[in-house]
Design a protein around this ligand. Structure first.
Ligand code: HEC
Length: 279
């Protein structure tokens, strides 16, 4: 944007011999010496700082470098060729001097402002002027990720274990409860069946009681008194009536299709009339 900026000349910031512009070195009114810093030079200084502070290797380079030291290494020239084929970013894991690095490179595209200094080499707007590569040493990050992996493995392992144990425990408890319930249900059904049988027995006894009494009474009288034919017939007729009554009861019992009850002094009994539907 500025076509370069001026900085004080110091042992570290010496005039750039490759920078061919007017007024590369100037004097301020008070006599301080300044030199023009082009973007690549400033980038280099920033790269040096990154290396000193973080061990990050960064490099501004090009397939056609103006400054011979800006020559790309093998990986960089491969990446730069990829940019010419249309890639926008290249990154891989590489080993340099036995140290593992994550290397990443992006292209530097020629803009209008770059042409001030770079049109001499024949660049046009939009051309790939070169690129900047950075390499981040991975050892520290790998150590952190290894540590994280250990913690995560332990955490997930614990969750997995707790989950499985919980599920098994839950299943056992549920199973126990289900069988308890089934047993109780079975007992209940059994009790209800027995109750039904008892209620039926009570009802039948109640219904049979009166006719049996009358049959017994009349036959005893016949046997004891040995009466005349007319009274005998009367008594036999009475016995017949009671037998008919019992027959009717048995027909009703066969027809029983529902469960209806009524209260009697001796307890709950089956309501035979209602249950058979033959009132
Ligand atoms: C003030 C002049 C000036 C401007 C403006 C300028 N450059 Fe440069 N550039 C140079 C000089 C001189 C070099 C070679 C010396 C060095 O590396 O400092 C260089 C080097 C480079 C390099 C390193 C490869 C090589 O050729 O040595 C790249 C990449 C680069 N410039 C890209 C750009 C881009 C992209 C722009 C625009 C955003 C730009 N420059 C603007 C002067 C300039």
């Amino acid at each position: 944007m500025h076509g370069g900026v001026y900085a004080k000349i110091t042992p570290k910031t010496q005039p750039n011999p490759y920078l061919e512009v007017d007024e590369r070195d100037i004097l301020t009114p008070s006599g301080t010496k300044l030199t023009k810093i082009n973007p690549a030079f400033m980038t280099r200084q920033a790269n040096e700082l990154a290396f000193e502070k973080y061990g990050i290797i960064a490099h501004i380079t090009s397939l056609k470098p103006i400054r011979p030291q800006n020559q790309p290494d093998a990986w960089e020239s491969w990446a730069l060729k990829q940019f010419e084929q249309g890639s926008h970013e290249i990154s891989t894991i590489e080993t340099i001097n036995n140290i593992q690095y994550l290397r990443l490179m992006r292209p530097l595209i020629t803009e209008q402002g770059c042409l001030k200094c770079h049109d001499k080499q024949g660049y046009k707007k939009g051309d790939i002027r070169g690129g900047i590569s950075v390499g981040v040493p991975l050892a520290q990050h790998l150590a952190i990720s290894k540590n994280n992996l250990k913690t995560l493995t332990m955490m997930y392992g614990f969750i997995w274990f707790a989950g499985i144990t919980g599920t098994i425990l839950f299943m056992l408890i549920l199973n126990k409860q289900i069988s308890k319930r089934l047993k109780a249900e079975k007992e209940l059904i059994h009790r209800e069946k027995l109750e039904g049988v008892v209620e039926m027995a009570r009802a039948v006894c109640h219904e049979l009681n009166q006719p049996l009494q009358m049959i017994l009474g009349n036959s005893e009288i016949i046997l004891m008194e040995g009466t005349d034919k007319e009274t005998l017939l009367k008594r036999v007729k009475l016995i017949q009536e009671q037998v008919n009554r019992m027959g009717k009861l048995s027909r009703k019992l066969i027809k029983i299709a529902s469960y209806e009850t009524k209260e009697m002094p001796q307890g709950k009994v089956i309501d035979i009339d209602k249950s058979s539907g033959l009132e």
